[in-house]
Design a protein around this ligand. Sequence first.
Ligand code: NCD
Ligand code: ZN
Length: 343
Amino acid sequence: MKTLTLTRPDDWHLHVRNNAILKAVLPHTAKQFARAIIMPNLKPPVTTVEQALAYREEILHAIPNGESFTPLMTLYLTAATPLSEIKKAAESAHVYAFKLYPAGATTNSDAGVADIKAIYPLLAELEKQDIPLLIHGEVTREDCDIFDREREFVDTSLTQITTNFPGLRIVLEHLTTSEAVDFVQASGKNIAATITPQHLLYNRNALLAGGIRPHYYCLPILKRERHRLALVAAATSGNPKFFLGTDSAPHLTSLKETTCGCAGCFSAHAAIELYAEAFEQADALDKLEGFASFYGADFYRLPRNTSTITLNRTSWTVPLSYGDSETPITPLKAGEELSWKLQ
Ligand code: NCD
Ligand code: ZN
C-alpha cells in the first residue's frame, strides 16, 4: 500500500497549553485533526465556562491561516466546583466535558480531587445533565506502586463511580493496562476509552533500556509488554468503545531533561503517522479509520467529519526538536524514522 486516505480524524485528548507553547504546537494538530478535546490543566486550571471561553479564543487565534480546526473545551472538576457551573456548562455550545484528575496524579493536578466521595453530588449532576466525565484513572496513594496505580483505580474508585452513577458517560483516558481494557469492554455503552500512540508503540523498556530516557516518561507510565499487546488488540478490534486520544503533552526540553523531569510525551508533530505505524505493525491498517475518525465523534454525539487526509508510505526522519529557540520541545521519536507521512 502506497497511500492511505482516511476521513479526517479528531484527537479526543490533547494538551495545547497557552502562550508561546500553544503557538508552537497547535499548527501540528490543526494540519491533521478537525477537532480536539482540549485538556484544562493549565496553571491556573480552567474551572469555569468563562475561563474555557477565553481559552478557546486564545486557541482560535493560534490556528494558522487556511486551517480549519475546532477546539472542544473541557472544565477541570474540583471539590469546589459549584453545581451551577455544571448547569452552565450544559448550556454552553463550547464545553463538551469535565475532567477528573485525582489530586497529585499528574502534571498540574494539585487542584484535583482528593476524595472522590466528596464530589458525588457533582457526579450526580453530570449524570443528570448527560455531560461526559473524562477520568485520569490512577490512584495517588504513596504506598501504591506506580505501575499498579491504574489497575488499583479501576478496582476501587472507578468501580464505585460506575456503580453509583450507572448512567454517567465516562471516558477513561489514556488506557495503559489490560485490566482497564477488560473493564471498559465489560461495561455498558456509556463507558469508553482513549489510547495514546506511545502506549501502543512502547512498553516500559523504552524508558530505561540503555539509559534513562525522559522523553518516554508520561503518566500513566508505560507498562509491560503484555499490557501493550492488550491495548493494541483493543485499538485494532473495531470496538467503538476505544478511540484516538493522543495525550500529546508538550513540555520544554529543559523541563524533561532534568533531575525531576515533567510527565508527558509530545506527539502532535506526527500523531496520525504514529498511530498508522502501530496499526500497520498489527496488520490492522483497515481498522485505523474507525478508531481515529468515527468512534470518538459517535461517543460525543458529534457528526463524523466529511473531508479526508492522505498519508504516503514514505520514510522520513523526525526532527530532533520543534518550537523556536525560546520554546524547544523534543518530540516522540526525535531523530528516528517513521514510515508514513501526512500529505
Ligand atoms: C499530561 C500533561 O503534561 O499535562 N502529562 C502526561 O504525562 N500525560 C497530563 C496527563 O494527561 O496526565
Ligand atoms: Zn493528558
